[in-house]
Design a protein around this ligand. Structure first.
Ligand SMILES: Nc1nc2c(ncn2[C@@H]2O[C@H](COP(=O)(O)OP(=O)(O)O)[C@@H](O)[C@H]2O)c(=O)[nH]1
Ligand SMILES: [Mg+2]
Length: 291
């Protein structure tokens, strides 16, 4: 794991000249740059300032510990495991290019490797672009899992429903459904999502049905806006933070948890199938602030 940019800069900042008004301002900027959000950054700086006053803490490790504790207690960790002996349906949502299709392939591999599901079906619910169906098909071939797809332009809800029906008939344990992430109008996206959600919920009431939202760690505060839009349309059960390896930022899970109360469930750490790991609040907070 590459070093977070924030960590080394904190060390610099805390090394020697900490306690001046200028250094507090700089700390606030660093936290905002790391995507923690302006409100959280301000609050964290106040806490660090108070602690420095009370304990006359000049040791940067004490201050880092305050930041770490606060970040750890703000993000929401919730294990995302499959329910055994049931049909699990996972709808993967997010705007274009965030990493949905890649995440689906990684999740198929993850659930199989961890012994949670052997019989898996991918649903090519991104029917908007031909390339999207092809991309998912290639993953299905490589992973040796079944795929349900239709021609480009088909109804996404129908593809996903077909996948669920056939998975149930075959006794499969997991359907991972791709979706289109186009966002040309917010209203259109919200309506489309709500429709797919209704189809799955009402026509597969026996399935253990959850929705994951993929956020791209390199897009900064935009990720919070995306989480607001999607969670306004359907209930989001967890966030997958993709491309966590590709940025020195990555703090966006903090404002998402704080403002929207959505748990984080996985971190995407590269382009390979095994580049995914369950989210752990303690590790995440440590990586964000510790040198
Ligand atoms: N470095 C890195 N790249 C990723 C990760 N997840 C996805 N990608 C890349 O991001 C690009 C878009 O991914 P894709 O799954 O097609 O996004 P989608 O449009 O949301 O389905 C591809 O080039 C992926 O290889 C990740 O965790 N780390
Ligand atoms: Mg895709």
């Amino acid at each position: 794991m590459r070093k977070r940019g924030l960590a080394s800069r904190l060390r610099e900042l805390f090394g020697g000249r900490f306690g001046t008004e200028e250094s507090y301002e700089e700390l606030e900027e660093l936290l905002i740059e790391a995507d923690l959000g302006a409100a959280m950054a301000m609050r964290l700086v106040d806490e660090v300032r108070d602690a420095s006053r009370v304990e006359a803490a000049s040791d940067h490790r004490d201050l880092v510990a305050i930041l770490r504790r606060r970040i750890e207690s703000t993000v929401i960790e919730r294990p995302f495991v499959l329910t055994p002996d049931s049909l699990n349906v996972v709808l993967v949502l997010g705007v274009n290019g965030v990493g949905k299709t890649t995440t689906i392939a990684k999740l198929a591999d993850h659930f199989r490797r961890s012994g949670q599901a052997q019989r898996i079906c991918l649903a090519a619910g991104d029917t908007f672009r031909a390339a999207a169906v092809d991309q998912l098909s290639i993953h299905a071939d490589r992973l040796g899992v079944r795929i349900v797809k239709q021609a480009t332009g088909a109804d996404s809800g129908a593809v996903i429903y077909d996948a669920i029906e056939s998975a149930r008939n075959r006794g499969e344990q997991l359907v991972l459904a791709d979706t289109a992430g186009r966002m040309h109008t917010k209203k259109n996206l919200v309506e489309e999502l709500a429709k797919i959600d209704r189809i799955v919920a009402t026509r597969a009431p026996d399935a253990v049905y959850r929705k994951l939202l993929v956020i791209d760690a390199t897009t900064g505060q935009n990720g919070l806006q995306q989480a607001e839009v999607f969670s306004g349309a359907v209930k989001i059960d967890g966030i997958v933070l993709a491309k966590y390896d590709a940025t020195a930022r990555g703090g966006i899970l903090v404002p998402i948890a704080e403002k929207l109360g959505i748990p984080a469930v996985f971190l995407g750490t590269g382009e390979g199938y095994t580049d995914i790991r369950p989210f752990r609040a303690g590790d995440y907070a440590m990586e964000l602030v510790s040198p």
